[in-house]
Design a binder for this molecule. Structure first.
Ligand SMILES: Nc1ncnc2c1ncn2[C@@H]1O[C@H](COP(=O)(O)OP(=O)(O)OP(=O)(O)O)[C@@H](O)[C@H]1O
Length: 589
């Protein structure tokens, strides 16, 4: 566990831990010496010359006082180190989060990260004060006692030495059994927590379809699995828990029997037997303390493993020689990509070429032009947008911006170059203004208003009683879907990056607002590179180039006129949309 602590803390936290361990080791050894000194004290007191006890008593007093002083230092430094640990861990987790690919942050992983930063860091910060101190005591104090016992009776020390491997083996066995059971239970608890969260978040849908808690199978299954894991822990864990205590008591009984037989045989005097039994009693007590720590240690160990898995996860390699994009044209050159299915702490692994989603995707978007990317659901359009913003690295091929491989551009420069509006808008708790200003916190009033007008947000702000100061609620829940979308578009426009990606950015807008945005997009194409993923005809018609994507490949490309004339998938799309539009016009009042 100490090794794990060092790994998780990294070099910056190692110094605190070193100092604490030295103090703890000193205290544990002094405690062992104080216990050992009980032997000459008792032997002299119960022997023929009790008056000679004073020097031993003085040594015992000095040892006990030194132990008490070191113990006081250890207690306070345990808490100090704990709070430093929490600071170091939070900083390391934050640094790692910044290095991880954006695509890593799925909702499940974000939830797990928040559990790690909360619950797990608290477990680890309690480790020095509540676990390391008793742990060093239960290992070093018995070792000191065994070593010192050689000075008084070699036979007793030898028996203790021979029993030690058995005790260690029993301890390791019970720890490994409990650890496996704990891990299973932790996973079951995590699954239940996720399902409860999902159940709470999906209440509107579940109620609309008349599904109550009894009818929500996923949550039922998770709760049943958790109670099964609890029962398994009790059933299989109890033998492990009692076995170590049983083994230490057996050692004590063995020594008692041997000591009595040596005393009856005349090779040990009664005061020595009594004193040694007191000493062995202290030793077995210390060892039993180790067994009591087992549960806390397993929990801390599992928590450390989870932290280690995230901290040890492969970050995006930083470019060895960072380059700046020379312009804002975009190029996908024979790009292949597949999603990896991995859990929170998995290290990077390559995808199976058979399951690749994108294959041989190549296209160019010239600077200051607009490209519409269309295709059926699941074709891979959003994935193309994510690869351009380097949410992930491609499996094969290259994505270039301004002639430079995105892997050679620092994440800061890339973020400044590319702006994205996704269909799933996320707003931060705060006001509308706070949320738009995320795009450029230093923007002046005029820039802010201009972005709002271009996104059609100015009308939203006018209609709301608190205007720009309207609070959006957690995740933007206080606004309608269309209002949220306009806030996120204004945010991206305020950022004013040379490349703008709009992924179904108008899906939640009504016709009037879509028209505002379509003319905005057309105007933006004059000085930005635009990639627009859309099903809206008006936007597609405004594009300089249309790319049709099907099953992870670009199957058609060209201008609207060219594609309609070719008579492929795009021509079908065009026909369906125009007839749908015609139908809509007929029924409109
Ligand atoms: N983070 C992810 N992890 C694993 N698979 C994913 C992930 N995101 C998308 N996929 C899968 O990749 C495929 C393509 O998804 P993508 O969102 O790129 O398609 P799309 O063409 O944008 O679809 P839509 O028009 O419905 O948004 C889908 O089968 C989807 O399930």
């Amino acid at each position: 566990m100490i090794r794990r602590l060092y790994r998780v803390l990294g070099p910056e936290g190692a110094g605190f831990l070193n100092r604490l361990l030295v103090v703890l080791a000193g205290a544990a050894i002094l405690q062992g010496l104080a216990f050992t000194l009980l032997v000459p004290v008792l032997r002299t007191l119960l022997g023929e010359r009790p008056g000679e006890v004073w020097p031993w008593l003085a040594a015992l007093t000095v040892c006990s006082l030194a132990y008490a002083a070191l113990q006081a230092v250890a207690v306070s430094s345990g808490f100090t180190v704990g709070s430093r640990l929490s600071r170091v861990l939070h900083r390391r987790l934050a640094d790692r989060a910044l290095d991880l690919p954006i695509g890593w942050f799925t909702p499940a992983r974000a939830a797990e990260l928040s559990r790690l930063a909360g619950q797990n860091v608290i477990q680890v910060m309690n480790t020095p004060a509540h676990l390391l101190r008793p742990l060093t005591g239960s290992v070093l104090t018995p070792l000191t006692i065994v070593a010192a016992t050689f000075l008084f009776d070699g036979r007793v020390a030898l028996v203790l030495l021979l029993c030690a491997p058995v005790l260690v083996a029993v301890h390791l066995w019970s720890t490994s059994v409990m650890s496996g059971l704990d891990r299973g239970r932790d996973a079951a608890i995590g699954e239940s927590a996720d399902r409860v969260l999902e159940f709470a978040q999906n209440q509107p849908v579940l109620r609309a379809f008349g599904r109550t808690v009894d009818g929500y199978g996923a949550l039922d299954d998770a709760l049943v699995a958790q109670s099964r894991a609890d029962r398994r822990l009790i059933r299989r864990g109890v033998p492990g828990l009692v076995s170590f205590a049983f083994a230490t008591r057996t050692v004590f009984a063995l020594l008692l029997a041997l000591g009595v037989s040596w005393t009856l045989g005349g090779s040990m005097d009664a005061p020595t037997l009594l004193a040694l039994l007191v000493l062995v009693g202290r030793l077995t007590d210390s060892l039993s303390g180790a067994a009591d720590l087992g549960a806390g240690m397993r929990i801390a160990r599992n928590g450390l493993d989870r932290l280690d898995a995230v901290l040890g996860r492969q970050p995006f390699p930083r470019p060895a020689e960072p380059r700046l994009p020379r312009g804002a044209d975009v190029e996908f050159d024979a790009v292949g990509f597949g999603y990896r299915h991995e859990s929170v702490g998995d290290s990077a692994s390559r995808t199976d070429p058979e399951t690749e989603l994108l294959r041989d995707v190549s296209f160019r978007i010239p600077e200051r032009s607009m490209t519409a990317l269309i295709g059926p659901s699941g074709a891979g359009k959003t994935t193309v947008a994510r690869l351009l913003a380097r949410f992930w690295d491609t499996t094969t091929g290259t994505v270039r911006i301004g002639g430079v491989d995105v892997r050679d551009i620092t994440s800061e420069d890339l973020a400044a170059t590319v702006s994205i509006v996704f269909q799933d808008v996320y707003l931060f708790e705060g006001t509308i203004e706070d949320n738009v200003r995320v795009g450029d916190p230093d923007a002046d009033e005029e820039k802010l208003r201009r972005a709002a007008v271009m996104a059609g947000l100015d009308r939203v702000v006018e209609e709301l009683p608190d205007g720009w100061a309207t609070r959006v609620g957690e995740g933007g829940t206080a606004l309608s879907g269309g209002q949220r979308q306009r806030v996120s578009i204004a945010r991206a426009l305020l950022k004013d990056a040379p490349i703008l990606i709009l992924d179904e950015a108008t899906a939640a807008l009504d016709q009037e607002n879509e028209a505002v945005l379509t003319s905005t997009v057309q105007a933006l194409a004059a000085d930005k590179t635009l990639l627009v993923i859309t099903h809206r005809l008006a936007t597609v018609l405004a594009a300089d180039q249309v790319l049709v994507m099907e099953n992870g490949r670009i199957t058609e490309r060209g201008t609207h006129a060219h594609l309609v004339a070719t008579g492929g998938t795009y021509a079908d799309f065009w026909r369906q949309r125009t007839s749908a539009n015609g139908w809509r016009l007929e029924v409109a009042p």
